[in-house]
Every structure is written in structure tokens, then in C-alpha cells.
Design a protein around this ligand. Structure first.
Ligand code: SAH
Length: 245
């Protein structure tokens, strides 16, 4: 009997998210509350009856594919950011994206479930999913068995410390203008994302470098200082550039 079976799954839905680039995405769901995403069910699963009863739950589990890691190889030991990128632990002791099977798991707050023409859409709050992420399953979060109050959490016993985030006058004005045009609270979203310090560990302690991360079609330019992070300005991404990313 062979234990080397392979399985194939159907994509049941696709994520539309503010995160249009991997850099900047929080390392777990729930850390950036302002992040909203929409899960669009794909045919033949774009039926409201598949979701009947789900709105009785406040949170759901999303099983998804790390589709931007498919060509990368996995390693037995990895350096989790929470250990400062210094120590290695086994890949199965981490939530790293480079795994033998590129499967992700996130618990998110359930928003509205609605239909738009033939589309069946589910609003998600606090997600850590990249735009275009393929979803393979949805399950309700069950408090009585999924929430374990005396659980031990290894090298990540509590949420990461938050950084102080300030905005330049230019960035403040640009956020206000963007909010006026789109109704998106981009200021709060940026503040929450940067407070999580998205930098890779090897850049911790380095100051003065110009960093950028992308939300929708906007580049957010910012700088790390010793006492705080500063959002300098926002820059719309030209469509030619967008394709290249
Ligand atoms: N909550 C998930 C993800 C943890 S890793 C889990 O535990 O399985 C979090 C990182 O996944 C984010 O920083 C983001 O860069 C990355 N990510 C999110 N969606 C992705 C995708 N579709 N492909 C590749 N990486 C993705």
C-alpha cells in the first residue's frame, strides 16, 4: 500500500482583497481589523443554498491555496519572523507559506452574504489573504471546540508588539482625498498594517530606508525611525507597472 497519494481539489471561490501584493499583509488574520475582503463563489458553487445557515455564525474558517508560492520549494526548517529570523524550527511548527502542500488556513469575521447578478459574495473582515487567492473550503468557527482558553502557543504566546505610526501632512491629505473618492478608510488600514511591522527580520533596527507596500492600486511610501514609523506619501500605481508585479 502506498502512502504517496495525491489529491486534487476544486477552487470553490476567489478572494478580492485590498492586499494586491504579499508584502505588508499581516502575518495572521484578525490583526488588521480594517482589512475587508470579498469571497466570490465560483460556478458551480455560486449558489446561496450552499451557504444556508452560515449567517448564524460570526466567524468562519477559510481553507485556501498559497497560490503565489506554488513554484517555491519547501524546507524542513524555517525561521519564523516571531523569532527575529534568527532561530529555525520545523516547518510544521509554523504558519509559514512554504510548506509541502501550499494550504493556508485563516479564521475571519463573517460579514454580509449577498448576491450581485449571478455572483454570490461573502464579506470577510480582518482577513490576511492576497487578492486573487483561490479558496478550497469554508467551515463555520465553533467556539466550543475551536477556542481553547488554556492552549499553549509555543514561540508566539501573544500578539506581536505594536509600533507607533505617524502620518506626514501630505499623507494625511492624500488619505482624506482617497477616502472621499472611494469611501475606503485607507488611513486606518495603513495605520493598522504598519503597527504590525511588516518588514522582514533582517531589516529590523535599520532606519531611514524608504519602504513601500501596496493596497489596491496605491503604493504607500513609508520610513522606519527609531521611535516610530512615518507614512510619507501615497502614490497611484500606473497600470503598466501593475501588470509587471
Ligand atoms: N493565516 C494563514 C496565513 C499565515 S502566513 C495560515 O496560517 O495558514 C501569512 C502570510 O501569507 C501573509 O503575510 C501573506 O504574505 C501570505 N499570503 C496570503 N495569501 C497568500 C497567497 N494567496 N499566496 C501566497 N502567500 C499568501
Amino acid at each position: 500500500m502506498s502512502f504517496h497519494s495525491s489529491y486534487s481539489f476544486q477552487t470553490i471561490g476567489i478572494i478580492h482583497s485590498c492586499y494586491t501584493q504579499k508584502f505588508g499583509i499581516p502575518r495572521q488574520p484578525g490583526l488588521v481589523k480594517e482589512a475587508t475582503a470579498t469571497l466570490e463563489l465560483l460556478p458551480p458553487f455560486n449558489r446561496l443554498d450552499t451557504l444556508e445557515g452560515l449567517d448564524e455564525f460570526s466567524h468562519i474558517w477559510i481553507h485556501f491555496i498559497f497560490h503565489k508560492c506554488l513554484t517555491d520549494s519547501w524546507k524542513a526548517k524555517v525561521r519564523p519572523p516571531r523569532l527575529g529570523g534568527k532561530s529555525k524550527v520545523g516547518v510544521f511548527s509554523t504558519r509559514a507559506t512554504h510548506r509541502p502542500n501550499p494550504l493556508g488556513l485563516s479564521v475571519v469575521k463573517l460579514g454580509k452574504i449577498f448576491q450581485e447578478g449571478k455572483k454570490v459574495l461573502i464579506e470577510l473582515h480582518g482577513s490576511d489573504l492576497l487578492d486573487g487567492t483561490p479558496v478550497v473550503d469554508i467551515k463555520p468557527y465553533l467556539t466550543y471546540s475551536d477556542s481553547i482558553l488554556d492552549a499553549k502557543s509555543g514561540f508566539a504566546p501573544s500578539p506581536p508588539n505594536k509600533k507607533i505610526v505617524l502620518f506626514s501632512t501630505t499623507a494625511e491629505e492624500q488619505c482624506q482625498e482617497y477616502n472621499k473618492q472611494t469611501r475606503r478608510n485607507i488611513r486606518e488600514l495603513i495605520a493598522e498594517i504598519l503597527s504590525q511591522d511588516p518588514r522582514p527580520s533582517y531589516l529590523h533596527g535599520k532606519t531611514g530606508k524608504l519602504h513601500a507596500f501596496q493596497l489596491w492600486d496605491i503604493d504607500i511610501k513609508w520610513q522606519a525611525n527609531t521611535t516610530h514609523f512615518e507614512v510619507l506619501y501615497l502614490e497611484p500605481i500606473q497600470s503598466a507597472n501593475k501588470e509587471a508585479r
